[in-house]
Design a binder for this molecule. Structure first.
Ligand code: ATP
Length: 307
């Protein structure tokens, strides 16, 4: 059984009669990179503030590292690292000096963690360069270093790619993957763009108007978004045999409702339909389908604007 790092139960935060976070049940498993997706104002920051103890829920409960957060949030916080707002970086100091200030603030013993963390975020070469002369991507990585200084098991990042250029986004993604792979770090990361976290997150939670409207794995997301021919024939088992024997393909799935999703021959629909009808099958439905990530997201949240 997988171990949960975070589980919320009907977690709610109300501001002036409005539920910014509305009865959310969210689960993050150990080793997950959990992509938390929602448009601006959907409730992502509020949710992450609740999890990190920067705000208090008006309803519901949460468990962090298997302990009720009411009793154990202080202990849990020591095992978490977070970037919720822009971390305080001192522009006239170097990367190393910045980390030293944060190390002292957090009461972390020993200076070794500074070099180790700089290495982790690939900022060892910055030497005497002051932070004010860093690129945004470098500043973001230094912010990450601040969150990683205490060697946390659970990292929480609120829209860390905001304002980064495409290269900065790719670098940050690779870094997060590396931390997850090499240090076994569990990550909860929010974004208002689904595609930005695509292929990074292993699980996706989609929040809209404070409610968690869907939680799905990367595999499930891929299945929903992968282009395929959706075929319904009067005998699904026979249809599957025809695809295998006549078309020589195994790249299809028979869904629980009997429809067949065929991932090959997308541009060769005539050959497919002919093979099926030639073997005496009646085609009840035949369509090319599959969403782009953006259209899938828009469908879920009602096609509103992203900004
Ligand atoms: P963004 O990406 O724009 O930060 P978000 O998904 O993080 O969006 P939140 O910042 O959590 O959304 O905001 C959710 C809702 O709660 C919004 O309607 C916001 O106005 C409201 N809200 C958030 N914080 C407060 C607060 N301190 N006081 C009153 N309302 C708040």
């Amino acid at each position: 059984m997988s171990e949960y790092i975070l589980r919320t139960n009907q977690l709610t935060k109300q501001y002036k009669g409005h539920n910014a976070v509305d009865h959310v049940d969210l689960s993050v498993r150990k080793g997950d990179i959990y992509g938390f997706i929602g448009q601006n104002g959907a409730g992502k920051s509020t949710m992450l503030r609740l999890v990190t103890g920067l705000a208090f829920p008006t309803g519901g409960t949460m468990e962090i590292f298997g302990t009720d957060a009411k009793e154990g949030l202080n202990d849990a916080q020591k095992r978490m690292g977070a970037i919720i707002e822009n971390p305080a970086l001192f522009p006239d100091m170097t990367a190393k000096e910045n980390l030293e200030v944060h190390r002292l603030q957090k009461g972390i013993p020993g200076k070794d963690c500074i070099e180790e963390t700089l290495k982790l975020v690939e900022l060892t070469e910055t030497g005497k360069k002051k932070v004010k002369n860093f690129s945004l991507g470098m500043k973001q990585r230094l912010g990450l270093a601040v969150a990683l200084l205490s060697n946390p098991e659970f990292l929480i990042l609120d829209e860390p790619t905001n304002g980064l250029d495409p290269i900065g986004i790719v670098e940050l993604r690779e870094l997060i993957k590396k931390l997850n792979r090499e240090k076994g770090l569990t990550v909860l990361i929010s974004s208002h763009i689904l595609s930005e976290l695509y292929q990074l997150a292993t699980t996706y939670g989609i929040i809209h108007e404070g409610r968690l409207i869907e939680e799905l794995s990367l595999k499930e997301l891929d299945e929903k978004c992968r282009q395929h021919l959706k075929i319904k024939v009067d005998d699904a088992a026979k249809g599957a045999t025809v695809l295998e024997k006549t078309l020589g393909t195994a790249d299809f799935e028979v869904m629980p409702d009997g429809t067949i999703h065929l991932y090959q021959h997308l541009d060769d629909v005539r050959t497919v339909s002919r093979a099926l009808t030639d073997s005496g099958l009646i085609i009840e439905h035949f369509a090319r389908t599959g969403d782009s990530l953006e259209s899938y997201f828009s469908k879920l949240v009602g096609g509103g604007h992203h900004e």
